[in-house]
Each structure stands twice: as C-alpha cells, then as structure tokens.
Design a protein around this ligand. Structure first.
Ligand code: GDP
Length: 444
C-alpha cells in the first residue's frame, strides 16, 4: 500500500535522526528534507509541505532546548502535530443520530468506486449492529443495479432498484419509503455518476437530494487524482450539501497523500478510506490515529475498529471488555488467531499494533505467518485450561509436557509464550480504552 510507503519513508527519516549521536541543525535538516521528499512524492501540495517544514524548524529550536530535553521526542511530536494540521479539516465529521431511520446519499463521478463504497459502508455498519439497506438510484450507468444487487446479496443487505423505471428520483423515493416501513435505520441511496463534472450530473444530484432529504451526503472520490481533489471536492460541495468524504483506491495510487490533504483543505471531513476491492478493505479515517500509524506509533482505536470487523459480533463485547481491563490470556490469543485465520486480512489487523506489524506480519509473507499461528494453536491445544488462562503458572515441566503433547520442541513453546508476552504488553495499552457502544456512530 502506497500509504505504508509514505509512512515507512517518514518513520525511517525519524529513525535515522534518532541514530545520530548528536542532533544538530544539519541532522534535523536532513530529516526534514527526507520527510519533505516523501510528502511531495505522495502529491501533497508544495506550499503545505514547505510550511510544515518551516513550522517544525520554528518549534524545534535546537539551541534553546535545555540539556536533558529529549530532542528526538520533541521533533517526532512536532512532525506528528504538523501532519495532523495538514489533514485536519477544521471541523468534526458529521455523525448520524441513533433511534431514527437515517438516509445517506452517495455522490461522485463514475468509476470513483461509489457503488462498491456504498456496500462497504453498509457492511461496516451492519457489523456494528445497524440495519442498513441499499437503494440503487443510478439509472445512468448500464449494469449499475446488477452490480449493487450482486454486492448487496453477498453481504446479505436488503436492496431496492428497478430495471424498467428510468426516473432516479422515483426510485430513490420509493426505495427510501420501502425501507423506512421495514424499520431499516441506515438507508443508503446510490446515485448516478458521470465521467466528468457536468451540469446534468449536478442537476440530478440536486433533484434526488430534494426528493429524499438525506441526513448526510457522502462524496466518494478516487485518490488517484491527488491534489486535483481540491477542485473536485469544491465543485461537489457547491452543488449539494456534502457532509463527509470517502476516498477510495488508497491501496494503489502514489497520490493518496495529496488527495487526503487537498480534501482537508476544502474543510470537508474524510470519514473512511477504501483500501481495496473487497468488502472489508475499508477503514475508518480519523486524523490523529491515522498519523500516529503513519509514523509507526500504532493506532489502538483503529484496532478496536478492526476487532469489530473481524470478530463475530456476539463475541465482540466480551473481548473488548476484557481488553479494556488489560486482560489478555492465551485463550484470547488463541481465539483471535482463529478469527484472523478465518477472516483475514491479517496484515490489516497487525498494522494497528504499535511496533508490531513489521516483525509479526512481514509483507508478502502472510502464508508463513499463518503457518506460525497454526503451530502456536496446536501447542495451545495441548495446554490445560488453567494454563491457557494463566500463563504465569507454566513451569518448566509443564512446558516440556506441552512440547511433547503437541509434537513440537521446547524452544518452540517458549517462542510461542514470548509472542504471547509481547502481545499481552501491547494489549495492556488498551487498558481503559473507551469501548464503542453497539451501533454507536460516534465511534466512527
Ligand atoms: P462507480 O462507477 O463510482 O460506482 O464505481 P465502482 O464501484 O463500479 O468501482 C469502479 C472500480 O473501482 C471497480 O472495479 C471497483 O472494484 C474498484 N474499486 C472501488 N474501490 C476501490 C478501492 O478502494 N481500491 C481498489 N483497488 N479498487 C476499488
């Protein structure tokens, strides 16, 4: 993923600076030059990057820093703050209220990933206890209804559309009415796109919006346009009341950083990013955790979201509760390995853990890591329930018994226990973490 490359370049620059014996102006400049280059490569606007660099230099006055201050930390914090500033739209994302049916209208150009994103959005909320439904009011593109139908069926989400009706407003209104009667609380209306911004598209958008009175209009755009996202987002905002933006195809394009920062500059909150063609390649976008992850500092709120994606709904409250109590047992590790093996993609989950991803899930070596999980699980299978809950009681003789029972070597059992300790340490940071309530949109 391109963002991972951007994050990698920035954290490498910070790391190189950390390796320097003394941090003087030259070292700081080298680090900032590296970061500048990485951001420009990601198509972030030159002025934003230049201002960021100037601000950091202003904040980090090396001579003024009293001895004993941790200069590296201060610099890392300054980079973090400046990146957050670039991506901050200056206003919070719109949240839907619970307890009444909400209508969400999706708009965007043809090919931006709008239809795919509608289903991803519905699926995301379904996993969090909402009752979503999809309405296909795209009568412009041939095959749009079939595509939505296919996606919706796969995700077991009710859908509405027509092969014969050509009036998008009629379909939208009928669909919304139908699902309101069925007590759906998140009615998603997919509208037509066009290849480019044109009067007919904006007129149709305005009419569908008038007819359905959506609680939220989400503008979907493709990240590959980079900085040009600014003009596109502005044009859509001027035609309908865009409340939030979703940026797609962040997995494949070098210009993702440019698109993110350009949209933020239009003061539109980005709420999700699309990171692949599959239903679950969809991530909540929140500036601070995002930047934290980009700099390799981990993203525990993202982890909670991933847990909601990969762990079956009936098991989520118990797991989140245990983790927020700082309670992580071998049994939990086992169950999570099981979930992850079943549902994947593992890399996404591990990338949320501070300092964990690179070692546990080397890119392109997912098969190896899966084999490792399976090996660990065989060893855990030959442990008693007591050992599984409380690994502290595992004495040398018990470890030998586990090795014999699972047909593995003692050092492999030790390795598995080390892995457990490492994970437990990471998860202990989740202690006190706010647990989102079932179906709580404010957790988005
Ligand atoms: P629409 O015309 O805006 O409704 O676009 P579609 O939903 O039909 O998507 C156009 C193409 O983009 C399809 O091939 C999708 O599978 C693909 N697509 C959508 N979102 C993503 C994403 O986040 N990553 C990648 N790689 N492909 C995506």
């Amino acid at each position: 993923m391109v963002l991972a490359q951007l994050g990698g370049s920035i954290s490498r620059a910070l790391q190189q600076m950390s390796n320097a014996t003394i941090i003087d102006e030259k070292v700081l400049n080298e680090c900032l030059n590296e970061i500048t280059r990485a951001l420009l490569q990601a198509d972030v606007q030159f002025k934003l990057v230049r201002d960021m660099s100037t601000n950091i230099k202003k904040i980090v006055n090396l001579e003024d820093l009293a001895a004993g201050h941790n200069k590296r930390r201060i610099i890392q914090q300054a980079v973090y703050n400046e990146l957050c500033k670039i991506l901050d739209p200056g206003k919070p994302a719109f949240t839907l209220k619970k307890g009444k049916p909400s209508v969400v209208m999706f708009v965007g150009l043809q090919g931006s990933g709008k239809t795919t994103t509608c289903t991803k959005y519905a699926y995301h909320h379904q996993k969090r206890g909402w009752k979503p439904a999809l309405v296909c009011a795209d009568t412009f593109r041939a095959g749009a209804f079939d595509q939505l139908k296919q996606n919706a069926t796969k995700a077991k989400i009710p859908f509405y559309g027509s092969y014969t009706e050509s009036d998008p407003m009629k379909i939208a209104v009928d669909g919304v009415e139908t699902f309101k009667k069925e007590n759906c609380d998140l009615i998603i209306v997919d509208t037509s796109g066009r290849h480019k911004q044109e009067a007919a598209l904006f007129e149709e958008m305005r009419q569908v919006s008038e007819a359905t009175k959506p609680d939220l209009v989400i503008f979907v755009m493709d990240s590959s346009i980079g900085q040009a996202a600014f003009d596109q987002a502005q044009a859509f905002r001027q035609s309908v009341a865009v409340g939030a933006v979703i940026i797609t195809k962040m997995d494949g394009h070098a210009k993702g950083g440019g698109a993110l920062s350009a949209v933020a500059a239009t003061k539109s909150p980005i709420i999700f990013i699309g990171t692949g063609e599959h239903m679950d390649e969809f991530e909540v976008f929140d500036v601070k955790p995002f930047v934290s992850r980009l700099l390799g500092m981990g993203d525990l709120s993202g982890l909670v979201n991933k847990i909601q994606d990969v762990v079956p709904m009936d098991q989520q409250p118990e797991l989140l509760q245990k983790l927020s109590e700082g309670h992580f047992t071998l049994r939990i590790m086992y169950e999570q390995f099981q979930n992850m093996l079943k549902m994947g993609p593992l890399g996404q989950v591990f990338s949320m853990l501070p300092g964990f991803s690179a070692e546990m899930m080397p890119q392109g070596r997912e098969k190896e890591s899966q084999a490792k999980f399976k090996r660990y699980m065989t060893m855990m299978d030959s442990m008693t329930d007591e050992g599984n809950t409380n690994p502290k009681i595992l004495t040398e003789s018990r470890i030998m018994r586990i090795a014999r029972g699972s047909g593995r070597l003692v050092h492999e059992v030790m390795e598995m226990l080390e892995e457990y300790k490492r994970l437990a340490k990471i998860f202990s940071k989740m202690k006190g973490l706010k647990i989102p309530k079932k179906g709580d949109m404010s957790s988005l």
